[in-house]
Design a protein around this ligand. Structure first.
Ligand code: NAG
Ligand code: NAG
Ligand code: NAG
Length: 853
C-alpha cells in the first residue's frame, strides 16, 4: 500500500472542483447542441457568440471541451461546420489571409449532437428459466457464516454467488474477505444504467447522491421513472445492497453506490462523455452492463468524445490512479456475436466480464473474445442472481445475462480498493489476470508462457476470486506507467483467398523498437485494420504473437451481412499479457465462406501497450483524436512513393514470418509450414496471375529464399518452341531457363530496390518511432512506383477482381510478408473449434430450452 500522497493529494483536490459540476439540463427536442473542443487560449463565450450560439458550459470533465446551444433545431444544418467551411472558402478566395488569425481557428473539434445518428445502448440482462435449486446439508454452513458476519438478510441463503451451498466452490469466494472486515468501506461504485432506486430500503443507506445524476431527464437523482427501469437497481443491489433485514447483501455491502441514468432515452455523445467522468474523484468504479446491440450484426464503438472521456478518466480520475471501467461482455454468443465487435468491451480502458453459471458452465449467451479478461457468476443451469429490485422492500430472483456478471466484479474491485486504495486502473487489470481461477471446462485454453497462466476466449483467464484478488491487492507494488509502441501502417492490398486458407501479413518487432518506445512488457495488444469485403460476417482474423500464442481477434458472424468490411476497426487482445513483444507478429485474415462474397486485406497496424521501462520518463498518452488512424498513406506526399510506402520491415533480410529469423521465438510449425510452402498452395486456390507476381516478388529480393519457386515450376511444359533446347532433357532445360529467369528478375528487383532505397531514405525521416532497422529492410518494397497511380484507391471491394488482385499481388509482396496460411489443420485452431462445439452442445442440453423459450 504505497500511496504517494504528496503527489496525489494536490491533484485530487484540484480536480475535484470541476468534477462536481452537474450537467445543465438539455432539451434535444427544442435545440441543437454542439460539443466543441477549443484551444485553451480562447474564451468559449467569444466563439459561441461569433457563431450565433449560446454558451452552455463546459463539457463534463473534459478539459477545453464545451457545449454550445442553437436557439432552434435544424435537421440538416451544422452551424459550426458551415461557419468553418465559409472561413475556408473566404481564405481560398483570399478575402481573408491564411496567416491572418481568425477566432474559428480555435475550434479543434466540433460535433453536432445528433441523437438520430446514435446507435442504441442495450441492457445486457436476460430472463433465464427458473427452477428451484436442490438443497443439501451445507445450508447450515452458510447460516453459520451469515451469523458470524451479522448478516440477517432474508434472501442471503439464495445468494449462491456469495456462498454456494449446493455446488460448493461455485461462488466468488468472498466470505473470508468479509470476515477480515473488508466490506467496501470508503469505496464507491457508479452504476451507469437506467436508474437506481435510492429510496429502496436495501440501498438508501449506501446511496451516494453527490456522485449521481440523471442524464436522461436532467435532474439530480437517477430515480427509475419508466416501467422497465429495473436494471440499474438490480445491478446496484449486487454491489451495495445493505446488510439489514431487506433482501440480500451486495459484494461490497458497506460501500457506496451512485447512479448515472443514461439508458432510459437515447443519449448524446456529449452527455454520455459527461456521465463517464461524472464525479470522477469520488466515483472510483463505473459499472456498465450495456453496450451496442448483441445481434451479431452491430459493429459499433464509442464516439470520440466518449473515448476521450475514458482516457480522461483513466488519466485523471481517482486522483490520477484512474477510473475503473467494468463492462459486461455481451449476451450475443447465440448470435455468433463476439465482444471484439463492441468498442466498449474491447477498449483497453475497460475490464470486460463474461458469465458462467452456478455449475461453472459456460452459459449460451456469454460472448467470447480475445479482449475478455475474466468471468464470474450469472444466470444459467436453472438459476440466476438474487438481488434487490425497484421498490421499498422488493427483491428479484431472476437477474441474469452478462449484465449480472459485470457488477459482481465491480463489487470485488470495491473490496480491493478498500484494502489498497493506491491501485491504479492497470494494477486492477494485472491483479485480475494473475488471480483468475481456471475453469475445469473444455474450451480453447492456451498457455500464455510469459504468465504461466492459461487463457480461453470463452472464459478469459478464468473466474474472479474475491479472496485471491484482495489478498494480492494488499501488498501489490504499483506497475510503472503505461508505455506503447505503434507499428507503421502495413500495407497488404491483397485479395483474401476463400475457404480454409488465410492471408497472412507479418511485422517484426525488435528489442531496439521497444527500447525506444520505453516498453518493458506487454499488457494489451491492439490491431487496427482495414479489410474490404462484401459480406463482413464471412471474415475472421487471428493474431499470432512471437511466442506462438494465438488471439482470435474476429470470428465469423452468420448474421453480419454488412458490405462495408472492417474500416479502421481496432481489435484488442489480452491473451499476450506479460509477453515481451519482441519478434514477429502475424495477422491472418480468412474469408471463411466459399461464396460470391469476396474481399481484400488492405492494411493494418499493430499497437503494443504495456508497462514502461523507465516510469519517470514516460509521458501520458495524448487525447485520442478523430484522425489517429488517418496516416495510412503517411508517405503519400513524398514524390514517387504514393500509397505503398510502408513495407513490412523484417529482420536481417529474410522474409517476414520466417521463424528462423528469431532464435528466441518458439517455433510455430504452422507458420513455418505456411511460409515455406505457400507458393504451391497459392497455385491451387488463387488466380495464377497474382501468384506469379507473388512468387517473383517474394523470392527475388531475398537470395536465401530463391530456391522456393523451383519446385513449383514443373519442367516439362516449361519451354516455348523457339528457344534452344541445349540437347538436354526438359527438366534440365527448365532448370536452366528457370535460373536465367530468376537471375533476370533478381537483377531487375535489385535495381528497383536501389531506386526505392534512395527514396525511402528521404521518407524515413518522418517516421515517429525508431525505424533504423527498417532501413536494413527497405529492400522489400522497391518495385511499386509504377503502379502507384493505378492503385491509389486500392483496397475497395472492387479490388478483389482479377485485375485488382494482380495489382494488389504486386504491392502486397514487398518483403514477402504475405503467404497463405493453412489454418484448418493447425494445432492452435483445433481447440478453438472444439470449444465452440462444446458450447453448442451445452446450449442444446441444459440451456437450449431457455434460448428458444
Ligand atoms: C477461498 O477463500 C479461502 C479463504 O477464506 C481460501 O482459503 C480458499 O483457498 C479460497 N478458494 C476457494 C476455491 O475456496
Ligand atoms: C475512509 O476515509 C476516511 C476519510 O478519508 C478515513 O478517515 C477512514 O480511515 C477511511 N476508512 C478506511 C476503512 O479506510
Ligand atoms: C506484505 O509486505 C510486508 C512488508 O513488505 C510483509 O511484512 C508482509 O508479510 C506481506 N504480506 C503478505 C501477505 O505477503
Amino acid at each position: 500500500m504505497k500511496v504517494d500522497w504528496a503527489r496525489w493529494l494536490p491533484a485530487a483536490l484540484l480536480l475535484s472542483i470541476p468534477a462536481t459540476c452537474a450537467a445543465r439540463a438539455r432539451d434535444y427536442d427544442a435545440h441543437d447542441y454542439y460539443a466543441v473542443h477549443l484551444a485553451p487560449s480562447v474564451r468559449p463565450e467569444d466563439v459561441s457568440e461569433h457563431l450565433g450560439l449560446q454558451y452552455e458550459g463546459p463539457l463534463g470533465n473534459l478539459e477545453d471541451h464545451h457545449v454550445f446551444r442553437a436557439s432552434d433545431r435544424q435537421q440538416d444544418y451544422d452551424h459550426v461546420k458551415t461557419a468553418r467551411e465559409d472561413l475556408r472558402r473566404r481564405r481560398r478566395k483570399r478575402e481573408i489571409g491564411w496567416a491572418e488569425p481568425h477566432i474559428l481557428d480555435n475550434v479543434l473539434l466540433s460535433q453536432k449532437q445528433d441523437l438520430a445518428k446514435r446507435f442504441p445502448l442495450v441492457k445486457r440482462g436476460i430472463i433465464p428459466p427458473r427452477q428451484d435449486p436442490p438443497v443439501d446439508s451445507n445450508v447450515q454452513k452458510g447460516l453459520d457464516i451469515a451469523k458470524t458476519l451479522g448478516i440477517a438478510d432474508p434472501i442471503f441463503q439464495d445468494q449462491w454467488h456469495l456462498y454456494n451451498h449446493v455446488q460448493l466452490g461455485h461462488d466468488i469466494n468472498v466470505t473470508g474477505v468479509w470476515q477480515q472486515g473488508i466490506t467496501g468501506k470508503n469505496s464507491t461504485v457508479c452504476i451507469v444504467d437506467d436508474g437506481l432506486d435510492m429510496d429502496s430500503d436495501d440501498l438508501r443507506a449506501n446511496y451516494f447522491a453527490a456522485g449521481s445524476y440523471d442524464f436522461n431527464d436532467n435532474v439530480p437523482d437517477p430515480k427509475p421513472r419508466l416501467s422497465d427501469d429495473h436494471h440499474g437497481t438490480r445491478c446496484a443491489g449486487e454491489i451495495s445492497a445493505v446488510r439489514n433485514d431487506v433482501c440480500g447483501v451486495g459484494v461490497a455491502y458497506d460501500g457506496k453506490v451512485s447512479g448515472a441514468r443514461i439508458l432510459s432515452k437515447l443519449i448524446s455523445d456529449a452527455d454520455e462523455a459527461v456521465a463517464m467522468n461524472y464525479a470522477y474523484q469520488e466515483n472510483q468504479i463505473y459499472s456498465c452492463s450495456w453496450g451496442p446491440p448483441d445481434d451479431g450484426q452491430a459493429m459499433e464503438q464509442p464516439g470520440i468524445l466518449i473515448k476521450r472521456a475514458m482516457v480522461n478518466g483513466i488519466q485523471k480520475g481517482r486522483g490520477g490512479r484512474g477510473s475503473i471501467y467494468v463492462f459486461a461482455i455481451g449476451n450475443g454468443a447465440a448470435n455468433d456475436d463476439n465482444c471484439n465487435f463492441d468498442g466498449y468491451t474491447n477498449s483497453i480502458y475497460s475490464v470486460s466480464v463474461g458469465g458462467i453459471d452456478r455449475k461453472g458452465l459456460h452459459p449460451y449467451y456469454s460472448e467470447k473474445c480475445s479482449a475478455q479478461l475474466v468471468v464470474t457468476y450469472s444466470s444459467g443451469s436453472g438459476d440466476a442472481i438474487h438481488t434487490t429490485d425497484v421498490g421499498a422492500n422488493k427483491c428479484y430472483t431472476n437477474h441474469g445475462g452478462t449484465s449480472a456478471a459485470g457488477p459482481l466484479v465491480a463489487g470485488i474491485y470495491a473490496l480491493m480498493l478498500e484494502a489498497n486504495p493506491s491501485l491504479t486502473w492497470r494494477d486492477i487489470q494485472w491483479l485480475t489476470v494473475l488471480t483468475a481461477v481456471k475453469l475445469d471446462q473444455p474450451s480453447d485454453w492456451a498457455m500464455n508462457k510469459a504468465l504461466g497462466r492459461e487463457f480461453s476466449h470463452q472464459f478469459g483467464y478464468g473466474k474472479a476470486d474475491a479472496w485471491a484478488l484482495v489478498e494480492m491487492a494488499k501488498n501489490w507494488t504499483n506497475v510503472k506507467p503505461q508505455a506503447w509502441f505503434y507499428s507503421p501502417w502495413l500495407h497488404v492490398k491483397h485479395p483474401v483467398p476463400q475457404g480454409d486458407q488465410g492471408l497472412a501479413s507479418s511485422f517484426a518487432v525488435t528489442p531496439a523498437m521497444l527500447a525506444v518506445a520505453n516498453v518493458a512488457r506487454l499488457e494489451h495488444v491492439t490491431v487496427t485494420m482495414n479489410v474490404a469485403h462484401t459480406r463482413r460476417g464471412d471474415l475472421s482474423v487471428e493474431l499470432r504473437s512471437p511466442t506462438g500464442m494465438v488471439s482470435h481477434l474476429a470470428t465469423p458472424r452468420r448474421n453480419d451481412g454488412a458490405g462495408s468490411g472492417y474500416v479502421d476497426w481496432t481489435f484488442m487482445s489480452v491473451a499476450h499479457w506479460a509477453e515481451s513483444g519482441v519478434g514477429t507478429w502475424t495477422v491472418v485474415v480468412k474469408d471463411t465462406n466459399v461464396n460470391e462474397h469476396e474481399g481484400s486485406f488492405t492494411d493494418w497496424r499493430l499497437r503494443l501497450w504495456g508497462e514502461s521501462i523507465d516510469g519517470e520518463a514516460q509521458e501520458l498518452l495524448p487525447m485520442p483524436t478523430e484522425h489517429d488512424d488517418d496516416d495510412h498513406d503517411d508517405d503519400a506526399d513524398v514524390p514517387g512513393i504514393g500509397t505503398t510506402s510502408v513495407a513490412v520491415p523484417t529482420e536481417t533480410g529474410s522474409p517476414a514470418g520466417n521463424p528462423t529469423d528469431h532464435p528466441n521465438r518458439p517455433v510455430n510449425s504452422k507458420i513455418s509450414t505456411a511460409t515455406t510452402s505457400s507458393p504451391p498452395a497459392n497455385t491451387a486456390t488463387t488466380p495464377p496471375a497474382a501468384i506469379d507476381d507473388d512468387k517473383d516478388e517474394v523470392d527475388t529480393p531475398s537470395p536465401s529464399a530463391s530456391s522456393t519457386p523451383s519446385p513449383t515450376s514443373p519442367p516439362t511444359n516449361f519451354l516455348p518452341r523457339p528457344f534452344p533446347t541445349f540437347g538436354v532433357t526438359k527438366t534440365t532445360q527448365a532448370w536452366i531457363y528457370g535460373s536465367l529467369a530468376l537471375i533476370a528478375v533478381f537483377l531487375l528487383a535489385l535495381a528497383a530496390w536501389y531506386i526505392r532505397c534512395v527514396r525511402r531514405q528521404r521518407a524515413w525521416r518522418r517516421e515517429e518511432y525508431g525505424f533504423e532497422m527498417v532501413n536494413n529492410h527497405g529492400h522489400g518494397d522497391g518495385r511499386d512506383d509504377d503502379d502507384d497511380d493505378g492503385n491509389s484507391d486500392g483496397g475497395g471491394p472492387d479490388n478483389a477482381g482479377a485485375k485488382g488482385s494482380r495489382a494488389a499481388g504486386k504491392k502486397g509482396q514487398r518483403a514477402g510478408q504475405l503467404y497463405d496460411a493453412f489454418a484448418p489443420d493447425s494445432d492452435e485452431e483445433e481447440p478453438f473449434h472444439v470449444g465452440s462445439d462444446s458450447e453448442d452442445s451445452e446450449g442444446g442440453g441444459g440451456e437450449g430450452a431457455s434460448v428458444s423459450g
